[in-house]
Design a protein around this ligand. Structure first.
Ligand SMILES: NC(=O)c1ccc[n+]([C@@H]2O[C@H](COP(=O)([O-])OP(=O)(O)OC[C@H]3O[C@@H](n4cnc5c(N)ncnc54)[C@H](O)[C@@H]3O)[C@@H](O)[C@H]2O)c1
Ligand SMILES: O=C(O)C[C@H](O)C(=O)O
Ligand SMILES: [Mg+2]
Length: 613
């Protein structure tokens, strides 16, 4: 339950400190060249001489031992040289070149890779995650050198229970699964969508300190309806499975995973909406799983929208007075209606209404008139001919919105409603055009908010520069993909927030893992969102800074993870993790939970290798 008193009272620790405890020795069952070819154990030129002797490496490496710090500097120098040498090339060329150099390090030496990633997360997140990951997926066949993760296809039906044992790691904690059917705003990319689970799990390691030996990116290849790919790609050359055939593949995968690793958490990612909803309803009461695009995104969006209320210098209770126009009847606001079964593209308005009612303790009717939903056919009203009966109560009645009719365009709605918030999750680039943005100048808010949340960059509803240029300098702006802050002249800067689910999913997974929760509940997701919403100080929010900088994502994740863990304990779902049982978890103070999370986060340092047969 959202609790305003708790929200107001929470003064979260903003410490940037995180665990860097040096791990003990690592047992390695390999020797010699096999170790050099294993990115988990490989230290390249960093193996000390004693270790070279112990592990049969003498003579297999140049004689000089290079320290970790020197290796780090060498990598960063080559990265900087690449930046210099690619100046003047196209953005696509430069982005892929940067991705390649990081990917080569990832393939060779994971410890060094994750250290440079953690230390330079602001700079590297856009390379290994959104937006470059979209480009990587589009070009996957050409970029493919080595496999990463697992691929289960429709042809593997009946084999998955044994296939899962082909994965070499004994323990897996975190799985990100996609079927490639809706990769960012790029549509159906089939097997090429594997880049998304890889990028998400890199964020799990960097932000949540999940041990990279215990992560597993998975592609469920059930075919593709992308005609271009069918001619030339590395996946199945068949149309997507549908209906029961499709579900039986996902069922078999989920059973197989949990047979081998009963406590593994599965994050569903970039499934087309109909399957996103269906699988969430199907598995959430049986497995520890969540859908990031539905649940993570909604939590992030809600935290941001609450921030816009504070940014106007208003109390949170004014949330119910905010007029919010959502463009894209996507899946994202589902958590506003926790517990309801929603069909694709329907019911967003009422979900938001329910959230207001829950937070403010007001009636749904009182809040209902403040939310407007637009999909590809325009404003959703009860006059729509093909309106799902389940959605009818949530659609606007044209009689209540004088001057607006069924299917009204974005510009018509914005001009008429003058919303506080214009939020896009449509996947349609540039849909907040000059006219729409200029109309936002007439917003009733003192700080009109524009959230262009679609990814990647080309699919953003508008750019940051256009938003500040056309909608005015006093707006609050957030985008799903990163944009640079905007120079407004006279020393003024238009702050760009990144409203991306990366601020929540690592903490949701980490909190669930370290609590040993059996399920991921609405309450745990609400706790995550509430924690993010209260992370920013009043001063920051008044400057239009709604989300933390990516530089502090590890700290944000600690706080979110601790909030999720405490909620799991409160709901009686925690079963403990490793040596820490439920009794110990229950006795922890709030600070203890934060410390517990922090100290269980993996941090990349070379550990002494000990050979065992
Ligand atoms: N920032 C984030 O954290 C985040 C999280 C999840 C998804 N997204 C982005 O959201 C976008 C959409 O994802 P989705 O899963 O909802 O996709 P989707 O295709 O299922 O839904 C898109 C919705 O937009 C509507 N739409 C399409 N064209 C429109 C138009 N011209 N005008 C108004 N509405 C229109 C459709 O009716 C549909 O309801 C993607 O670009 C994705 O990358 C961002
Ligand atoms: O992947 C992202 O950057 C966010 C989100 O999950 C999306 O699908 O766009
Ligand atoms: Mg996604």
């Amino acid at each position: 339950m959202w609790n305003l008193a708790r929200f107001a009272a929470s003064k979260l620790s903003r410490s940037r400190r995180y665990s860097s405890a040096i791990p003990g020795p690592c047992i390695v069952h390999k020797r010699g060249a096999d170790i050099l070819h294993d990115p988990w154990f490989n230290k390249d030129t960093g193996f000390p001489l004693t270790e070279r002797d112990r592990l049969g490496l003498r003579g297999l490496l140049p004689p000089r031992v290079i320290s970790f710090e020197q290796q780090y500097d060498r990598f960063m120098n080559s990265y900087r040289s690449l930046e210099k040498n690619t100046q003047g090339q196209s953005d696509k060329f430069v982005s892929l070149a940067k991705w390649r150099i990081l990917n080569r390090l990832h393939d060779r030496n994971e410890t060094l890779y994750y250290r440079v990633l953690i230390d330079n997360i602001q700079e590297f997140a856009p390379v290994i995650y959104t937006p470059t990951v979209g480009l990587v997926c589009q070009n996957y066949s050409g970029l493919f050198r080595r496999p990463r993760g697992m691929y289960f296809s429709a042809k593997d039906k009946g084999e998955m229970m044994s296939m899962i044992y082909n994965w070499p790691a004994h323990q897996v904690d975190m799985i990100v699964l996609t079927d490639g059917s809706r990769i960012l705003g790029l549509g159906d990319l089939g097997v090429q969508g594997i880049g998304i689970p890889i990028g998400k799990l890199d964020m799990y390691v960097a932000a949540a300190g999940i041990n990279p030996q215990r992560i597993l990116p998975v592609m469920l290849d059930v075919g593709t309806n992308n005609q271009k790919l069918l001619d030339d790609h590395l996946g199945l050359r068949q149309p997507r499975l549908e209906g029961e055939e499709y579900l039986s593949i996902v069922d078999e995968f989920m059973e197989a995973v949990h047979a081998r690793w009963p406590k593994a958490i599965v994050q569903f990612e970039d499934f087309q909406m109909k399957w996103a909803f269906e699988t969430l309803q199907r598995y959430r009461k049986r497995f520890c799983m969540f859908n990031d695009d539905i649940q993570g995104t909604a939590g992030v969006a809600l935290a941001g929208v609450l921030g816009t209320v504070r940014a106007q210098g208003r109390p949170l209770s004014d949330f119910m007075k905010q007029k919010i126009v959502v463009v894209g009847a996507g899946s994202h606001f589902l958590p506003f209606c926790f517990g309801l079964i929603c069909s694709a593209g329907l019911g967003v308005l009422n979900m938001a209404v329910q959230a207001v009612a829950r937070m403010m303790g007001c009636s749904e009717t009182a809040a209902k008139s403040q939310f407007f939903l637009i999909d590809k056919d325009g404003l959703v009203t009860n006059e729509r001919s093909n309106l799902d009966p389940a959605a009818a109560p949530f659609a606007k009645s044209p009689r209540d919105i004088e001057g607006l009719s069924e299917g009204a365009s974005i510009i018509e709605v914005v001009k008429k409603i003058k919303p506080h918030v214009l939020l896009g999750l449509s996947g349609v680039g540039g849909i907040f055009n000059e006219e729409v943005l200029k109309a936002m100048r007439e917003s009733v808010s003192t700080k009109p908010a524009i959230f262009a949340m679609s990814n990647p960059t080309m699919n953003a509803e508008c750019s940051a520069a256009d938003a500040f240029k056309h909608a005015g300098e006093n707006i609050v702006f957030a985008s799903g993909s990163p944009f640079k802050n905007v120079d407004l002249g006279n020393g003024k800067v238009g702050h760009v927030n990144q409203a991306n689910n990366m601020y929540l999913f690592p903490g949701i997974g980490l909190g669930a893992l370290l609590s040993g929760a059996r399920l991921i509940t609405d309450g745990m997701l609400q706790a995550a969102s509430e924690c993010l919403a209260s992370y920013m100080t009043e001063e920051e929010v008044l400057q239009g800074i709604l989300y933390p900088s990516i530089d502090s994502i590890r700290n944000v994740t600690v706080e979110v993870g601790a909030a999720v863990l405490r909620e799991a304990i409160a709901e009686g779902l925690a079963e403990g993790h490793g040596d820490v049982g439920i009794k110990e978890l229950s006795l922890m103070s709030k600070e203890d939970t934060v410390d517990y999370i922090r100290h269980n986060m993996w941090y990349p340092v070379y550990c002494p290798l000990v050979h065992e047969k």
